[in-house]
Design a protein around this ligand. Sequence first.
Ligand code: F0G
Length: 486
Amino acid sequence: MSEMRVKFSNGEFVPLEMHKVRVVQKLNLLPIDERLKAIEEAGFNTFLLQNKHVFLDMLTDSGTNAMSDQQIASMMVADDAYAGSASFERLHQAIKDVFNKQYFLPVHQGRAAEHIISQTFIRKNSGQCIPMNYHFTTTKAHVELAGGKVLELYTDEALNLKSSHPFKGNIDIEKLRALIETNGKERIPYIRMEAGTNLIGGQPFSIENLRQVRDLTQQAGILLVLDVSLIGENIYFVKQREKEFHNKSIKEIMHTMCDLADIIYFSGRKVSCTRGGGIATNDYSLYLAMRDLVPLFEGFLTYGGMSVREIEAMAVGLYETLDETVISHSPQFIKYLVERLDERGVPVVTPPGGLGCHIDARSFLPHIPSLQYPAGALAAALYIVSGIRGMERGTISTDRDEHGNEVPADCELLRLAVPRRVFTLSQIKYVEDRVAWLYKNRDLVGGLKFVEEPKVLRFFVGRLAPTTDWTHKLVEKFKEEFGESL
Ligand code: F0G
């Protein structure tokens, strides 16, 4: 199957937008001195920057994907009711049609689903573990809050940042088999697979791998929970890379994947280009086991903390994930950016994934030790030289262990998310230009240290400071080369 739906006459790969822009938001690109001031005020944490100080917001695709005209239009017909809203019925139908699941629990966002699933199935003080292909920050926090332990059974290839492996998100089946043999279902309440595995670079798993997991869980009587927040992009890669699925529709692939799981859950901020989230299953007893936590923590069963407008847009957005032009947008733009940066020698994670372009900060800044947070330093430096806001996905995003020790992350990544249908190609070229410039001047970038460090999920609101006066030297060099240019 050709990745390019439209061929250019010179044979070049150019990601072509299959949509037009009808509503726009004005952007600001501040002069570099003001950018330096903004990141200082933000404690060198890109989460704490104000959006008005950001040019290209590549922090995340979460809640920032562009909505379609159909989604916006659907919000106008939302049915406001505490209970029994017709909007909920439309969403419920979409859950059945898109995910092939009959029972549905709405929640206010993905982590709320993680909260409910882990509180329902994990028993405290029982030494239970949750094997998974890789953790996500909020997933891990909720599993631990419920008294469980996360065990990541990724393959050797997963953390190989320069790779051509098509399915780095696969779980290691032999490790899983061995773990199940030693622990059994008593100590493993469920296995979690994450589609489009976020923290290793938005990498997919194969359906072959998921089927193997399914076989093991069925033999052992263990539940299989699938995080489908990034399933659209995972499906796109399955269609591209797994022969059996080249000619299958997106809907067929979606159903094949969801049918293998006992429970699916999602962040609507990603999968449906809205806000909100949900949990779905075909097993009524599992639905009942989780159900009562929804009114307790989220809201009544027909809204789960979401506004009815969001519910309508979610229903439309879910149907739109079955459109290949929607789910291929980010992967194609990411591929373009990753390949250009790779050509220019910038260490980027390959193969290109489905969420963003990931830069390997350990290779980019080999002179910065893990405990001076290379990925965090790179995020701050890139903001200073470009106004681009990326996200640190490294040691800052890894909380200290139970003894209070720092845990150097497996990978130090700077994630430049490419939300669906948000950026134009010239904006992506700007990203390429400024990242490549920073790479040439990488020796000027220094480390960071915490000045205010929260105990849980410290990356969100922790404040840091540069270890030396490197930020000023970087600004000087920028001015020397770019003169009056922003
Ligand atoms: N699962 C995955 C795979 C995610 O990427 C996220 C969020 C969640 C669950 C939690 O969902 O934010 O709606 O509560 N990822 C965001 C990100 C935060 O920036 O990658 P949420």
